[in-house]
Ligand binder design. Structure first.
Ligand code: GDP
Length: 481
């Protein structure tokens, strides 16, 4: 008898089927899929078996044409949406029959006039006539359950919506097109073949030999680990692509931090005054440089003080520094360095960043070379008052992040914390396999770790996740998506 369980027993029951069935016979759902605001148009989306019948009940054709349910798929129909005898809106209705729709179910989209009240009345009429209000993310969840998207693609849908820069968008779009799915599936195939071979050999040792199989597996696992580690290393760049470079501006009061922020934003967002310590709290703003987002945090000056409000600001500065990808240290070049400046330079000594010697338009006291030696960082001469040095600063940031780190656009950048966690678990399991091989453990032992790695990778694409986790993921989606 085999020492190990059969692969089918060890691999988690893929529960997708149960979901699929549940989803297929589930209710027909409806929601407003556009922002509820005074816009030109707004869309009410209906998805499910009853979508066409429900649409028939609320729709009137001006010329008494055929019912919507008798029309061809992928056609558009002009008409009215009514609640009983009351005409609610003049609309265009788009029909999509299963499986050629986003959810892979029968889908009707009603293009209404925008505005808050009219579109809500249309949705109410649809619900009154048999649809259930959709949960946030329920359309995408159905697309996933119906096999239209894997989980990494479903999550990419949300990322596409939330993209704030070109790099973030192109990364999410590539994931939506299946870049994660394809890569992960390839890794899983290698593991599955090894587990299947192991199982067969342990079942039938007379005919299938495990001689030198350790070496084969070791080679495979090392390659898998290399890939997994590469994906994990890329996660930080993925986060930067998605959320932007967390950039903290630090400096003692009055050196020109708020002026720099304004200069970067090209608008007067921060209050600039010449009384030390007026930027009491941190100010946060997003700007796009090149094709990447810079998330700017202007901190209160780092300064020992009795003033409680300012102390809170200082604490926040220290906290911001811990999370920063990039630090811009601002010094006043017209004055000698003070104790506070030295403290700031010391506090930032392990951070990636640049020093701006500001107020270059005034009589210069500081030497750029000295500051370079002292800080161990590159130094840029700057004038927030005149905007001098701004181009140099922007090019510097682009060089630091885009050109040196995120240049290989075709590479895979995982941005999702859940997916990253699954990669960490995969790495742990693969390392255990190597350990077992090195210690000469029996094959059935490391077959379990191999299977765990297979399962962890499965979590990324949603093949080995529990129902409640899947529900939780889709709950974070926006309404109507
Ligand atoms: P913060 O306390 O570090 O945020 O400094 P602010 O941005 O509020 O600037 C303090 C004072 O320095 C203000 O009066 C600014 O107008 C002035 N200032 C800022 N940058 C420059 C600069 O490049 N040149 C000159 N001459 N003055 C500047």
């Amino acid at each position: 008898m085999s020492l190990i369980f059969s692969a089918a027993d060890m691999l988690p029951k893929i529960r997708l089927f149960e979901y699929q069935e549940e989803s297929m016979k589930g209710e027909t759902i409806a929601a407003i899929s556009t922002a509820v605001s005074s816009s030109g148009i707004g869309i009410v989306r209906i998805s499910g078996d009853q979508a066409f019948e429900i649409a028939d009940r609320v729709y009137r054709s001006p010329k008494g044409k055929k019912k919507l349910s008798e029309q061809q798929s992928h056609t558009v129909h002009y008409g009215y949406i009514c609640d009983g005898d009351e005409v609610l809106d003049e609309v265009l209705v788009v029909l999509m029959r299963a499986p050629r729709s986003f959810t892979a179910e029968d889908t009707v989209e009603i293009d209404c006039h925008g505005g808050v009240y009219a579109i809500q009345r249309v949705l109410e009429a649809v619900i009154k006539n048999g649809a259930a209000p959709a949960e946030p993310g329920e359309f995408t969840k159905r697309a996933f359950l119906n096999g239209r998207l894997d989980l990494s693609q479903a999550e990419a849908v949300m990322d596409v919506i939330q993209s704030k820069s070109e790099l973030a968008l192109s990364n999410s779009m590539s994931q939506l097109r299946g870049s994660i799915k394809n890569r992960i599936q390839k890794l899983r195939e290698v593991i599955l073949e090894d587990v299947a071979y192991l199982e067969a050999a342990l079942d039938d040792p007379e005919h299938i030999s495990l001689d030198s199989f350790d070496e084969t597996i070791e080679g495979h696992v090392r390659a898998l680990l290399k890939d997994t580690n590469h994906l994990l290393e890329n996660c930080n760049n993925g986060r930067i692509m998605k959320e932007g470079i967390q950039t903290v501006i630090v400096g003692k009061p009055n050196v020109g931090k708020s002026s720099l922020l304004n200069c970067l934003l090209r608008e007067n967002r921060a209050i600039v005054t010449n009384i030390p310590g007026t930027t009491r709290d941190t100010l946060e703003e997003d700007i796009v440089i090149g094709n990447i987002l810079l998330h700017l945090i202007d901190t209160a000056g780092i300064r020992e003080t009795e003033n409680e409000i300012e102390s809170i600001g200082i604490k926040k500065t220290k906290e911001s520094l811990e999370k920063a990808d990039f630090v811009i240290i601002v010094l006043d070049s017209s004055k000698e360095l003070s104790k506070e400046d030295y403290e700031i330079l010391d506090l930032c000594k392990n951070s990636t960043g640049v020093v701006l010697v500001n107020k270059s338009d005034l009589q210069q006291t500081l030497s750029m070379q000295e500051i370079r030696n002292l800080s161990g960082k590159d130094v840029i001469s700057f004038s927030a008052a005149k905007g001098d040095g701004l181009d140099e600063l922007e090019s510097y940031i682009k060089r630091q992040f885009i050109e040196s780190k995120i240049e290989e656009k075709d590479d895979l950048y995982i941005t999702n914390a859940r997916q990253k966690e699954a990669l960490v678990q995969t790495k742990d399991s693969l390392e255990k396999v190597l350990e077992s091989i090195e210690l000469g453990m029996p094959e059935d032992l490391y077959a379990i770790d191999l299977t765990n790695a297979y399962e962890s990778l499965g979590k990324i694409i949603g093949e080995t996740l529990e129902e409640d986790i899947i529900n939780k993921i889709f709950k974070d989606f926006c309404m109507g998506k």
